[in-house]
Design a protein around this ligand. Structure first.
Ligand SMILES: [Ca+2]
Ligand SMILES: [Ca+2]
Length: 442
């Protein structure tokens, strides 16, 4: 560990070092390039006599940086004054240490407060509170969540200042522990709308003439509620991508349907999925936001639960023909009136001799959890008016989609019909139809 945890590009900084086998060394001098990119880095720090440490995690930040004062700052009354937005480097240097920072803010400003500590190996399990000048708690965060995974670090999102005045940020360890390795960086910025994207899987396996579906989930932050158009790059030869969108408002899922040509040959490619959105800015001009989707590797746990682990790549492959040779729909466009319903007939082509059960769905589920659902809000599968279980070699079924009486209008939202083949108690192979576009009228 090093303190301070965050450094500015181009600025010579003396870091205190904490760890083992450091000899007599207590500090190391670093100076990053002026054009070093902001974010997290791992740096081998120079000690005496050409000896370097193992790579040490640091934050590179272009925010104005301050270190916590050497004077006592444990209470609202003794809080040290800071100017925000900015970055604060601190350390819970002993048991029961509490660090308080005071700042002035104007009514209706929006802020984002984030502790970066455990993610970079700090011993701190942070506990972050936002107080008014009387010490009354306004916000509290223990553990934050990035995508599908939690962290011991803390953040307070999109806090809107209730009135002009002085406010206090209070940092401590959850268990009131402390010591030299309990370093942290507290990053404070104005809360700007943005989104993050996560891919439900890290692999899509296609066979010639069939389609596969990828679900992309958005986490919408700081009041962002725009529509997100999906894009895909890096598809292997013979594969066509039909990119859907994540609708505005509370919707979180969109899908991309990939189709392999009938004469496609075995191959593969690593794909990149992005989402873009245009949102109005304060000046009225449109601002373009974009994000690259992080793929997750699925894992199956004892008892059958589905776990997810973030990974670097999503791979699309074309394999040899398998159990299902096609999932065909009677129509690829469906129009629903609010309160109305519509039916799609489905025919699957089975490989010769393949007579196992096949189940049809428009939502990707495991046990009772939904991992992908790009249906417009208010549109559901009417199970009673659908035939989704194809047993004993059956090849025909149908689905009926129903729109709630208050379903909002939407044009051509992309979904698809999936055909699932169980591989064992928990795992399944999922084939897909070509896209089905769902419209809900006024
Ligand atoms: Ca401290
Ligand atoms: Ca303190």
């Amino acid at each position: 560990q090093a303190y301070p945890l965050a450094v500015a590009p181009g600025k010579a900084t003396r870091l205190q070092v904490v760890g083992y086998h450091l000899g007599q060394a207590t500090s190391a001098d670093v100076q990053l390039e002026q054009d070093a990119s902001c974010g997290e880095v791992q740096l081998a720090l120079p000690l005496a006599d050409d000896v370097h440490t193992n790579p040490v995690p640091l934050v590179v930040s272009d925010l104005p940086l301050v270190n916590e004062p050497t004077t006592e700052n444990n209470t609202v009354e003794t809080a040290s004054m800071v100017t925000l937005p900015g970055g604060i480097n601190g350390r819970i240097e002993q048991e029961s240490d509490v660090d308080c920072f005071a700042f002035e803010a104007k009514k209706d400003e929006k802020y984002w407060f984030e502790i970066i500590a455990r993610r970079l190996g700090s011993a701190l399990d942070s506990h972050l509170r936002l107080l008014n000048s009387d010490g009354k708690q306004l916000q509290l965060n223990d553990d934050l969540r990035i995508g599908k995974r939690g962290s011991s670090d803390s953040w307070i999102e999109n806090w809107q200042v209730p009135a002009d005045g002085k406010y206090i940020l209070e940092v401590r360890d959850l268990h009131l522990r402390g010591g030299d390795p309990f370093v942290y960086h507290l990053r404070v910025t104005k809360a700007e709308p943005y989104f993050e994207l996560y891919l439900d899987t890290d692999k899509t396996q296609l066979t010639p003439g069939t389609s596969g579906i990828m679900f992309v989930r958005a986490v919408k932050k700081n009041g962002f509620d725009g529509e997100i158009a999906l894009q895909i790059d890096g598809l292997p030869a013979g594969v066509t991508g039909h990119c859907g969108r994540i609708l505005a408002g509370k919707a979180v899922d969109g899908c991309i349907v990939l189709t392999a040509a009938d004469d496609a040959t075995p191959t593969w490619g690593n794909v990149t999925i992005r989402g873009v959105s245009e949102i109005p800015s304060a000046t009225g001009d449109a601002v373009s936001l974009s994000a690259q989707a992080v793929p997750y590797q699925e894992t199956y746990q004892p008892g059958g639960g589905r776990g997810h682990y973030p990974v670097a790549l999503h791979t699309v492959a074309i394999a040899a023909p398998s159990d299902i040779r096609a999932v065909k729909l009677s129509t690829h466009e469906l129009t629903l009136k609010p309160g109305g319903s519509a039916k799609v007939d489905i025919t699957i082509e089975r490989a010769e001799g393949f007579d196992k059960n096949v189940s049809l769905d428009v939502i990707f589920k495991h046990l009772s959890s939904v991992y992908g659902n790009s249906l417009p809000a208010g549109v559901t599968l009417d199970g009673g008016a659908s035939k989704v279980l194809l047993t004993k070699g059956a090849v025909t079924g149908h689905i009926t989609l129903q729109a709630a009486a208050d379903a909002a209008p939407v044009q051509k939202q992309q979904i698809a019909v999936m055909a699932n083949v169980s591989l064992n108690f928990v795992m399944k192979a999922t084939y897909s139809s070509k896209p089905l576009l769902v419209t809900v009228t006024e």
